[in-house]
Design a protein around this ligand. Structure first.
Ligand SMILES: C[S@@+](CC[C@H](N)C(=O)[O-])C[C@H]1O[C@@H](n2cnc3c(N)ncnc32)[C@H](O)[C@@H]1O
Length: 196
């Protein structure tokens, strides 16, 4: 699928959206105690409707939110204006953007996988900055998420992709034990850029 087709697919989904405003990703909401107390600069990458961006902005972060879908960014812009949240929501193909060096205290990526971006994500974190990442695994037990293996994580893949960072949290239960309990569809990583 090319960029135009991806954009159109997600525009359609977000224009037809009549569910509740999406909650922040579990990796972020369940580990919010790890966020810097002073707030700072944050990035919600491939933000969709912006559940992570809104979560962070409500906690005092200044958030850049980027997505290829105009419909998603438009909806997020409306919420940001209504609540006077510090969110800069912009339409862009994240495989084409210029990545600033050492800009962000926090970067969140949920349900999006573009492996080639890993070095740019690491480079955009400030020393001590945190990456919260959550997306689908190839061993997922439900039908939710993509079926194309290109967009599914292999065992320990987030750890390998972000091996230059300090791992603060990692969860990938794959099919061990009772597959009907726990978190079986996604892997969860929180990693920190070393201070020096
Ligand atoms: C499964 S949604 C996840 C949205 C959001 N992160 C969340 O967890 O709710 C995947 C998102 O990636 C966006 N996306 C896909 N390819 C992209 C690209 N090349 N650049 C920017 N956004 C992209 C889509 O528009 C869509 O909003």
């Amino acid at each position: 699928m090319n960029a135009a087709a991806i954009r159109e697919k997600w525009n359609r989904i977000y224009r037809d959206w009549n569910g509740p405003f999406p909650a922040a990703a579990t990796v972020l909401s369940e580990n919010a105690h790890l966020l810097p107390l002073a707030g700072g600069q944050a990035l919600d990458l491939a933000c969709g409707l912006g559940g992570n961006a809104v979560f962070l902005a409500r906690r005092g972060f200044e958030v850049d939110a980027v997505d290829i879908s105009e419909a998603g960014i438009h909806a997020l812009g409306n919420i940001a204006r209504k609540e006077a949240l510090a969110i800069q929501a912009r339409v862009a193909d994240v495989t084409e953007i210029h990545w600033p060096a050492e800009r962000y205290d926090v970067i969140v990526v949920s349900r999006f996988l573009e492996r080639a971006l890993a070095p740019a994500i690491v480079g955009a974190l400030k020393p001590g900055g945190l990456l919260f990442y959550q997306t689908f695994v190839e061993t997922k037990s439900s039908l939710s998420g993509p079926s194309n293996p290109r967009f599914l994580l292999r065992d320990n893949e987030l750890v390998r992709l972000f091996g230059g960072l300090l791992i603060r949290y990692y969860r990938d239960e794959t099919r061990t034990g009772n597959p009907n309990a726990g978190q079986r569809d996604e892997a969860f990583l929180i990693a920190q850029r070393p201070f020096s």
